[in-house]
Design a protein around this ligand. Structure first.
Ligand code: CA
Ligand code: CA
Ligand code: CA
Length: 351
């Protein structure tokens, strides 16, 4: 009863519903093994090897969340936007990295306070990320190379939003007009595809789906349109699975809700939240708006600041703007402080 009231008071805080976890395991491809040619032994002294493109899994800071387009593109004559949301990951290292087993996660801890000042308080957690939504880039280790300077686009739906389309089937079918200002995401590398019985999601058969390890939405996953959310990527070690993480890494403790003279406590154990170890984390980005900002959902080592499109929560000016790393010395900035590293501007995929 009280939670219903609280959630109403904290309307802006509560944007996810909990559902049963959905796992999916891709059938593993047999790894092709090649026998390396034996090197001829010579008497010449060892010379440093020529700089070659050594394939590798990304290390922290090598594969970055370069850009997040959460706001979507305003539909002319309307006060809302298309769902042409995407996340762009970029290899900022000098060698090819593989995106296989990179896990995209979203925050559990809510970092905002509502316009009436309601907020949640959580225990400190500095050596890992408390997450709920988890989507995996599939692969066997070398399926998804990303060359230096190249990017992968994760589309929430890999659709061409400039074109009209029909969503749903039969009685539920809905015609959606194209938005000439929006983005064509059919060239994305991956998409979030959330099959469910309530709200149709569209599966572009030409774009590989991320593997759902956990989704908090009862319907389809979208990015928070006003950007009150944090995103991270982590490299999951071999042998780790969704089931294993859920069995072994549930967060625990007490969290509090504060609103005026009301203070309530809750058990974290009752929620869907897992701790991703800090050593798995490749990069993290907080997003917020100045008037809603209360705290960062993750510890300062991961991201000490936050990226933003507008200063005022829900300002319509956010539409058509992404947050993107600024280029410093020819590279996307990454000082682990998104307030300094990011700027708002026209999405890079906008034609
Ligand atoms: Ca989708
Ligand atoms: Ca697809
Ligand atoms: Ca970083």
């Amino acid at each position: 009863m009280k939670k219903v009231f609280l959630l109403a008071a904290a309307a802006a805080l509560a944007f996810s519903a909990c559902v049963k976890p959905v796992y999916e395991d891709k059938p593993g491809k047999e790894e092709e093994k090649t026998v390396p040619e034996e090197k001829e032994k010579t008497d010449t002294p060892d010379t440093p090897p020529e700089k070659t493109d050594i394939p590798a899994a990304p290390k922290a800071g090598e594969l970055l969340i370069e850009e997040v387009y959460y706001a979507g593109t305003l539909i002319q004559g309307a006060e809302h936007a298309s769902d042409d949301q995407y996340i762009k990951l970029t290899n900022v290292s000098d060698h090819t990295v593989y995106a296989d087993r990179v896990l995209f996660v979203m925050n559990y801890i809510q970092g905002d306070k509502t316009d009436v000042g309601a907020y949640y308080e959580y225990p400190e957690l500095n050596d890992g990320l408390a997450v709920n939504d988890m989507y995996l880039i599939p692969g066997n280790g070398t399926d998804h190379p990303v060359k230096p300077g190249e990017s992968l686009v994760l589309a929430l739906a890999a659709l061409d939003y400039t074109q009209g389309r029909t969503e749903g089937e039969g009685e539920d079918a809905e015609t959606i007009e194209g938005n000439p200002d929006a983005i064509d995401l059919t060239g994305a590398d991956f998409e979030f595809y959330d099959e469910n019985d309530v709200y149709p999601d569209t599966d572009n058969p030409d774009v590989e789906n991320l593997v759902i390890w956990f989704k908090s939405s009862a319907t389809i996953t979208t990015l928070h349109h006003s950007g009150l959310q944090s995103y991270a990527i982590a490299l999951v070690p071999e042998g780790e699975t969704a089931e294993k993480i859920m069995a072994e890494r549930h967060w625990s403790g007490t969290y509090y809700f504060h609103f005026d003279e009301y203070n309530f406590d809750y058990a974290i154990e009752d929620d869907d939240v897992w701790v991703i170890p800090g050593e798995w984390v490749l990069d993290a980005v907080n997003c917020s708006a100045e008037d809603s900002y209360f705290r960062n959902p993750w510890g300062p080592a991961f991201d000490a600041g936050y990226a933003w499109t507008v200063k005022v929560f829900n300002d319509i000016a956010r539409f058509g703007k992404s947050v993107r790393r600024q280029i410093v010395d020819g590279k996307p900035a990454d000082t682990n402080n998104s307030t300094n590293d990011f700027a708002a501007g026209t999405p890079s995929l906008k034609k």
